[in-house]
Design a protein around this ligand. Structure first.
Ligand SMILES: [Zn+2]
Length: 289
């Protein structure tokens, strides 16, 4: 295993990694999108300039450093969370465009941004030392039926691609799809409708790690370190529940990484992501090594 080769210094993102690219051949939706673009013309999701879905100016304005998310209150048992930036402007447009409007070419910049949060988060919790084992990127499961409704699994695809980006940057990174919705869980509401407390209650006890998945991952990567991945963190309730489910089977989470951080609704205007992220101390570390 090549875990000791993991490079964990603060990451610089090559601009080409932030450019939209076509999904792999054989993805029928890509053809549909291309035809739609021909018929309607496309516009930049960030500034609406006609042309590419992400113009050069908006791409060049994307973050090149991730920072620690600021959650208040900090969910009990949740370790550090790192994000590429606030859920606003171009970043928000990228996440929403990909997730809700199936603009699949945006998966490339989103994967690079998630990879950035993973790399910088690992570097921070390890104080710059290499991670002693492969990085196992574990996506947070989507709500039951969400992938079916959208017709694709936006987070799963971005996490898989982020692992490839991280390998290109020199990390030993893999996907470890360890979590599932617990059987019999019904009626989980959309987290967007709820406040912090409601969100935590809504998802508590809803996830678990199937033994077969855990065993398979442990066989493949016995010294792997799990990094939880989600697209957006708001109150941290889903990441908290994911951490709990992994801890319940003896798997600590090194760090959680998200593309964006949403300011809390109860404190409008309050930034969920500090401008000078590196000046802030990290939240309490739970389960890091
Ligand atoms: Zn633009």
């Amino acid at each position: 295993m090549a875990g000791e080769q993991a490079v964990c210094c603060a990451q610089r993102v090559p601009r080409r990694d932030l450019s939209p690219t076509a999904p792999p051949r054989g993805d029928g939706r890509w053809l549909g999108d291309a035809v739609a673009d021909l018929l309607t013309g496309s516009r930049c999701v960030g500034c609406a300039t006609p042309g590419a879905l992400l113009c050069t100016r908006c791409r060049d304005g994307l973050p090149t450093r991730a920072g620690p998310a600021v959650l208040d209150p900090w969910p009990r048992g949740l370790g550090p969370v790192w994000s590429a930036g606030p859920h606003a402007g171009v970043l928000r447009a990228l996440v929403v465009g990909h997730k809700e409007e199936s603009q699949l070419v945006l998966r490339a910049p989103l994967a690079a941004l998630l990879a950035l949060a993973v790399a910088d988060g690992c570097a921070a919790v390890r104080h710059g030392a290499p991670v002693p084992g492969p990085l196992l990127l574990c996506p947070v499961p989507s709500r039951p039926g969400a992938a079916r409704r959208r017709g694709h699994d936006p987070l799963g695809v971005v996490v898989a691609r982020a692992a490839r980006v991280l390998r290109r940057w020199g990390h030993d990174a893999h996907v470890a799809d360890l979590l599932r919705q617990a059987p019999g869980v019904r009626g989980v509401r959309d987290q967007g409708e709820l406040g912090a407390e409601g969100r935590a209650t809504n998802v508590a006890g809803t996830l678990f790690c199937p033994t077969a998945r855990l065993d398979r991952t442990a066989r493949r990567h016995p010294h792997g370190r799990v990094v939880l991945c989600d697209d957006v963190v708001t109150t941290g309730a889903t990441l908290q529940e994911s951490s709990r489910a992994l801890r319940a089977v003896g798997v600590p989470v090194l760090v959680a990484a998200t593309i964006t951080t949403t300011p809390r609704r109860s404190t409008p205007g309050r930034p969920g992501f500090p401008a000078d992220s590196r000046a802030r101390s990290l939240p309490p570390v739970g389960g890091t090594h």
